[in-house]
Design a protein around this ligand. Structure first.
Ligand code: G4F
Length: 333
């Protein structure tokens, strides 16, 4: 049911997986949603937010977007978010993922002064910041040891957010989100790469799947659950930083098992490892402790890892069936 808040939200990176789920959540709550995206993207337009083109590598249009959107809440989700790619594009990643967050923070601070109202700021921080972990599970007090240009950029953005809170008294928070997936996940991330390949292999559209490190372990949750935690952080009495995680950890191998078994397939017959997909430095194990979010925000994950992977495989099976039908009809996609 729609609760009419009359609030306005501005989301950077609105066309990504999280931007899409967050848009739907905020609209259900009666928000007017505005979003910045770098180029035309399928999907998000259907949800009906007000869209502006912009790239965090170029902050020159931010002031004018803020003046048009008049936000009460700003969610900075935009980033070059692919860890492996950040080794090939370290400077671009530092600019968009690190300094880009600073550009949005500064635009928020200046708009807050112009508008004469409090504007709350959410920074999409990442469990990748824990990197070479010094303890397990990882919580808000675990020291960071970033292992990629992406993670270094996220650490920079994390501390800028803390500094804007401490220097200017801004309501600025970091959500330290562990991996979160869904049928809307980009196809370059490992869960979606696996569920898509499993579905296409099942229907004979693909013969094999090349992957990198199968031993890496991640704490994988459902993106739809995680955007609710973002919103709750901005409704909390005090601005603070929170870990968002399931508390469980699974390997890439476990993900293969879950996806292929759901389709009665044995992944060992189809998967090859390709060393070019390994990272120069790997994050071996992530498992989060979300006690603080549970106790202070009343947040908890609802979708288990097994259900998440089944949901993604079922969705990708539908897409593969459609691909097969188009092929049979010999029509262009
Ligand atoms: O799915 P991934 O690419 O996600 P990664 O690197 O953990 O990062 C994701 O989660 C972070 C939150 O902790 C976000 F901040 C970040 O933006 C992103 O959304 O890789 C997961 C694991 C890695 O250990 C990787 O080495 O899977 C391993 N892996 C093995 N083969 C692969 C592949 N990853 C990808 N992307 N592709 C492979 O072929």
């Amino acid at each position: 049911m729609t609760e009419l808040t009359g609030k306005r939200a501005l989301i950077t990176g609105i066309s990504g997986q999280d931007g899409w789920y967050l848009t739907e959540l905020l609209q259900q709550k009666g928000y007017e949603v505005h979003g910045i995206l770098p180029s035309r993207a399928p999907g998000i337009g259907e949800a009906g937010p007000q869209l502006y083109y912009g790239d965090l590598a170029d902050g020159t249009t931010l002031d004018s977007v803020f003046d048009q959107a008049q936000p009460d809440e700003v969610y900075n989700l935009a980033a070059q978010s692919h860890v492996r790619l950040s080794f090939d594009l370290p400077i671009y990643t530092a600019d968009v993922t690190g300094v880009g967050a600073l550009r949005v923070l500064e635009a928020t601070r200046k708009f807050q002064d112009r508008a004469g109202k409090q504007v709350k700021f959410y920074q999409a921080s990442s469990s990748e910041m824990f990197g070479k972990v010094v303890e397990t599970p990882q919580s808000e007090t675990t020291p960071f040891h970033p292992r990629s240009p992406y993670a270094c950029a996220k650490v920079y953005a994390f501390w800028q957010t803390v500094n804007y809170r401490e220097s200017y008294g801004m309501f600025a928070v970091n959500g330290i989100l562990f991996n979160h997936e869904s049928p809307r996940r980009g196809e370059a991330f490992v869960t979606r790469k696996i569920t898509k390949a499993a579905a296409r292999i099942k229907l004979g559209l693909q013969k094999s799947l090349q992957l990198g490190n199968l031993e890496a372990r991640r704490d994988w949750g459902f993106a739809g659950d995680y955007v609710d935690a973002m919103w709750r952080m901005l409704q909390h009495d005090e601005p603070d930083d929170f870990v968002v995680a399931t508390g469980e950890t699974y390997s890439v191998r476990d993900c293969l098992d879950a996806a292929f078994t759901h389709l009665d397939l044995d992944w060992q017959k189809f998967v090859q490892t390709d060393t070019s997909l390994y990272r120069p430095a790997e994050v071996d194990l992530l498992r989060g402790d979300a006690t603080k979010a549970r106790e202070n925000l009343g947040w908890e994950p609802k979708v288990s890892f097994a259900r998440l992977i089944r949901m993604m495989v079922d969705h990708d099976l539908d897409l593969a069936r459609r691909e097969l039908r188009l092929q049979d009809m010999d029509l262009p996609e």
